[in-house]
Design a protein around this ligand. Structure first.
Ligand code: CU
Ligand code: CU
Length: 433
């Protein structure tokens, strides 16, 4: 069992007589000679984070670029499987040698992401991820995406030990790292460019966070994903990336920007749907996702709670639906918000008249106060569709949102908690990238 491996490595320092001042050590977190047999296999490997607090101060990949397409490090409250290695992609049945399960069964958060040709991520000075002990990260799970498996089958039958080298210490660090996730539900009409937008008031009165890196995640339709801090009606970019680029953590646009009470965090995914059919937010390859991960640090030990901003997304929620219109000041949105980095053209929203399955394309212009009928009809359509795929309590929740006067704005605390629960069961379990 690898359960106490990390603890043993930590103890190893004193056992083997290292000098007392040496407090950091490298931990090799590598796949245990796995043998994926089918292309695009996602394998997970977990280790217990131990009873004591452990501080991770650096990550460096040890990957064979020819076989490892990406590597993600997750912190789980409970891993998806107790096996040493399991399939953890959506096409989970693809490799019969291993069991299939989610990355985490409970309490999933991304700590690090590496993809081909990505530079190393250096955490700022005195910053660490705290895992183990009572942190809620009880298991660390490594996910490797094996795109090309030709070396693992006949005649070579090779095995792989890609992974990460974690620099760890048991010495508490002054600053703690966390990840804030901005995510939407919603739908992208066929033959359209659509914006999936989220915005939440900063949820903590005492905390100030320092965003230093961000990661975008979409499937096939994402063209630009960007995030902002809105302070005193002024928009400042946190990050903007093309999600077709390697989906690792990039340095933020404004390195010294902080976020605190009174600020609004906002994000937009610009999606281009060239299909005839609508594409919904969901967990499979045929669905889409609109995720922006903001990696930040705080001075001290207390992280931001809640750590997720969720909105329903198009066609039910846009920035203009933010409860405090004046505070968000849409006139101040940067002109580059839907410009693919390196490009000059704004990807302007276009809405198809009617898609092939009869769902009317709806834009925010259709959602004004004077057009309630169209809005409600669209919500009904969405609910009908949703019902077929959902558990009864989720349907109830969606209906409650649709009927509530505020339509479950992210500002309404009650709705928020329930939605987070919904998200946890439906979106976090999915770990394909
Ligand atoms: Cu990959
Ligand atoms: Cu996804």
């Amino acid at each position: 069992m690898l359960v106490y491996f990390m603890a043993m490595v930590l103890m190893g320092v004193s056992v083997f007589g290292a000098p007392k001042e040496r407090t950091t050590f490298s931990f090799q977190f590598l796949m245990p000679d796995v043998q994926p047999k089918k292309p695009d296999t996602y394998l997970c490997h977990g280790i217990d984070a131990g009873e004591e607090d452990v501080f991770i101060t650096a990550f460096s990949p040890r990957a064979n670029k020819d076989v490892a397409h990406h590597i993600l490090l997750y912190g789980c409250e409970e891993p998806g499987s107790t096996s040493s290695v399991w399939n953890c992609g959506e096409m989970a049945k693809s490799d019969s040698k291993y069991d299939s399960a989610n990355v985490c069964a409970r309490g999933s958060q991304i700590l690090y992401a590496w993809a081909m040709d990505a530079p190393n991520l250096h955490l700022p000075k005195d910053v660490a991820f705290k895992v183990g002990g009572n942190t809620g990260v009880k298991t660390l799970v490594l996910q490797v995406h094996y795109k090309n498996v030709s070396s693992f089958v006949e005649p070579e039958n090779a095995t792989d030990a890609s992974g990460l080298i974690l620099t760890t210490t048991e010495q508490p660090q002054k600053r703690r790292a966390g990840v804030y996730l901005m995510v939407t539900g919603g739908e992208i009409p066929g033959k359209s460019i659509e914006y999936l937008e989220a915005a939440c008031a900063f949820p903590d009165a005492e905390l100030e966070i320092h965003p230093f890196a961000y990661r975008t995640h979409a499937h096939k339709l994402g063209r630009v994903i960007s995030g902002y801090r809105v302070r005193d009606q002024h928009w400042e970019e946190i990050g903007r990336q093309d999600p077709r680029k390697p989906q690792m953590f990039y340095n933020v646009t404004s390195p010294n920007l902080t976020v605190r009470q009174g600020d609004i965090l906002a994000s937009r995914c610009t999606m281009e749907n060239n299909y005839d059919h609508n594409v919904r937010i969901g967990p499979t390859q045929n669905d889409e996702m609109c995720n922006l991960y903001i990696m930040y640090y705080v001075d001290g030990d207390r992280l931001l709670e809640p750590n997720t901003c969720y909105t329903q997304g198009a066609p039910r929620w846009y920035w203009e639906d933010f409860p405090d219109q004046q505070a968000i000041n849409l006139a101040g949105v940067p002109a580059t918000v839907s410009v693919v980095p390196g490009d000059k053209m704004v990807m302007e929203k276009t809405i198809s008249e009617k898609s092939d399955d009869g769902f009317p394309g709806l834009g925010s212009h259709d959602l004004g106060q004077n057009d309630k009928t169209g809005y409600d009809a669209a919500v009904d359509d969405l609910l009908d569709e949703a019902v077929s795929n959902m558990e009864p309590d989720e349907v109830e929740q969606l209906v409650a949102e649709a009927l509530s006067p505020q339509r479950g704005h992210p500002g309404t605390t009650g709705g928020r908690q329930t939605r987070l629960g919904w998200l946890t069961s439906h979106m976090y379990g999915h770990n394909r990238y």
